[in-house]
Design a protein around this ligand. Structure first.
Ligand code: ADP
Length: 395
C-alpha cells in the first residue's frame, strides 16, 4: 500500500511516498518558496534528483504538480495506488491525543488551535485542504506533534500560575516533537523486544527537546506551552527568567513582539556564540579557540545533561538514553560533551563506538549504568505508519 507523508510549511511542502508495511521510502521531495516568483521543486526517485522551476502560486498548485509528476515519472502507475495521505500537524491542543481522520469538520476543530501554533498550524492545514481537493476519496490523516505528550499527567503539564489561566485559556505544557519521540520510543522498544521501557529521548536538532517516557506514556518533556523553552536551541533561548522580557522592553524600548523575536531568532547557540545557529559552524569556531563558541557548546551540553539527570530522577532510573536529530545523530563532539556531563549517573562513553554518524548504534561502554544509543529519527515514516494503521482499521 502506498502512503504519502506530508509536512506543509507556510512557504514549503515536503513529501515522502512510502510503500507499507515494508516501510520503504519510494520517492521524496520538497516544494519551496510557494507563493514567491522564484518557486521551485525537487523530487528524488530511483537515485535521481529532478528539479523544476515553476510558479507555485499556492499549496494547491504545488500538490497538483506533485500528483501529476507521480504519474508522469512512473512513480505510481495510477493515482489509485495512493491509499492514504498523512499530514504533520503541529498543534492539536489537549483535544487531539491520537492521529485522526481529517474531514472538513475535524479541520475546523483543529484550526481552533492555530493561535497556539501560529507559524505552523495554518500552513499544515493548507496542505490538508490541497490534498482533499486533489485526491478526493483518499483518506487524510492528521498526526500531531503535540499528540504523544497528551499522555502526560496534570502534575507535569501544569504551570504554577493562577489555575484559571489553565481552565480559561489553556495555559499548560503541550510539548512538541511528539512524533519523533514516539518513533524513537517504538524503535528502541523493538530493539530490546520490550514495551515497558523507561527512556530518556533526546531530540537534538535545530529545535531540541527531551522527553521522559515510561511504558509508552510521556512523564515529562522540555518543550512547553510554546516551543521556546527547555533546552538551548539553534536560535531559541530555552529556559530563561520570564522577567527578562519586561526588563528588556523597558531598557530598549522594544515592543513585546520584538523582544520575543529576539528570544526566538537571535538567542540560543547563535546568541551566545555570535557565530551561527548551526552547530557545525559553532564547533569549528570552538576548535579554532573562539571563546564564545566554546562557551555556547559547554552551556548547550550542560543543559541537556541537567535535564537527563532530572528525568532520570522522575523516571526512578532510566533503562535507556537515546540521542537523535541533526546534532544527536551527527555530532560526535556534542555527544561526547553530553555524556561526560552525566558521568555522575554512571554513564560511560565508548569513544570508539562514538566514531560514526547517522546510524542506530550503542555509544556507551558495556559497563555504563545506563546504555546510550543513537537512534536516527524518521518523523515521515512515523506519520506514514500511523496513517497506514488507521487506513487498515477503516477498511
Ligand atoms: P531541524 O529539523 O530542527 O531543523 P535538524 O534535526 O536537521 O534540525 O538538525 C540541524 C542541526 O544538526 C544543525 O545545528 C546542524 O549543524 C546539525 N548537524 C547536521 N549535520 C551535522 C554534522 N555532520 N555534524 C554536526 N552537526 C550536524
Amino acid at each position: 500500500m502506498k502512503i504519502l507523508a506530508v509536512n506543509a510549511g507556510s512557504s514549503s511542502l515536503k513529501f515522502t511516498l512510502f510503500e507499507l508495511p515494508k516501510t520503504e521510502a519510494i520517492a521524496s521531495g520538497v516544494f519551496e518558496k510557494i507563493g514567491l516568483k522564484d518557486s521551485f521543486y525537487t523530487i528524488k526517485y530511483d537515485g535521481e534528483k529532478t528539479r523544476k522551476e515553476v510558479y507555485l502560486k499556492d499549496h494547491s498548485v504545488a500538490v497538483d504538480y506533485l500528483i501529476k509528476d507521480l504519474v508522469d515519472m512512473h512513480i505510481v502507475s495510477s493515482l489509485n495506488e495512493i491509499e492514504g495521505v498523512g499530514h504533520r500537524i503541529l498543534h492539536g491542543g489537549a483535544e487531539f491525543t491520537h492521529p485522526v481522520i481529517l474531514n472538513e469538520d475535524v479541520v475546523a476543530r483543529i484550526s481552533k488551535y492555530n493561535e497556539l501554533g501560529p507559524l505552523h498550524n495554518p500552513a499544515n492545514l493548507l496542505g490538508v485542504e490541497a490534498f482533499m481537493k486533489a485526491l478526493p476519496g483518499v483518506i487524510n490523516v492528521g498526526v500531531f506533534d503535540t499528540g504523544f505528550h497528551q499522555t502526560m499527567d496534570e502534575e507535569h503539564f501544569l504551570y504554577p500560575v493562577p489555575y484559571e489561566w489553565y481552565e480559561k485559556y489553556g495555559v499548560r505544557r503541550y510539548g512538541y516533537h511528539g512524533t519523533s519521540h514516539r518513533y524513537i520510543y517504538k524503535t528502541i522498544c523493538n530493539h530490546f523486544g520490550k514495551d515497558n521501557l523507561k527512556v530518556i529521548s533526546c531530540h537534538i536538532g535545530n529545535g531540541a527537546s527531551i522527553t521522559a517516557i515510561d511504558s509508552g506514556k510521556v512523564v515529562d518533556t522540555t518543550l512547553g506551552f510554546s516551543s521556546l523553552v527547555g533546552l538551548i536551541m539553534g536560535t531559541r533561548c530555552g529556559d530563561i527568567d520570564v522577567a527578562i522580557v519586561q526588563y528588556m522592553m523597558k531598557k530598549t524600548g522594544k515592543s513585546i513582539d520584538e523582544v520575543m523575536d529576539d528570544l526566538y531568532k537571535r538567542s540560543g547557540l547563535l546568541g551566545i556564540s555570535g557565530v551561527s545557529s548551526d552547530s557545525r559552524d559553532v564547533e569549528i569556531a570552538a576548535e579554532e579557540g573562539n571563546k564564545r563558541a566554546i562557551l555556547a557548546n559547554e552551556m548547550y551540553a550542560q543543559k541537556i545533561a541537567n535535564y537527563i539527570a532530572m528525568y532520570n530522577n522522575e523516571l526512578g532510573g532510566a533503562d535507556v538514553i537515546t540521542l537523535t536529530a541533526g546534532i544527536g545523530e551527527n555530532s560526535k563532539a556534542m555527544r561526547k560533551a553530553i555524556l561526560e556531563k552525566i558521568a555522575s549517573l554512571g554513564v560511560k562513553l565508548d569513544e570508539q563506538r562514538n566514531d560514526f554518524r547517522g546510524e542506530f548504534r550503542l555509544i556507551s561502554t558495556d559497563d555504563s549504568k545506563i546504555p546510550v544509543y543513537v537512534v536516527p529519527t524518521d518523523e515521515e515514516m512515523e506519520i506514514a505508519l500511523e496513517t497506514y494503521e488507521i487506513k487498515i482499521k477503516n477498511n
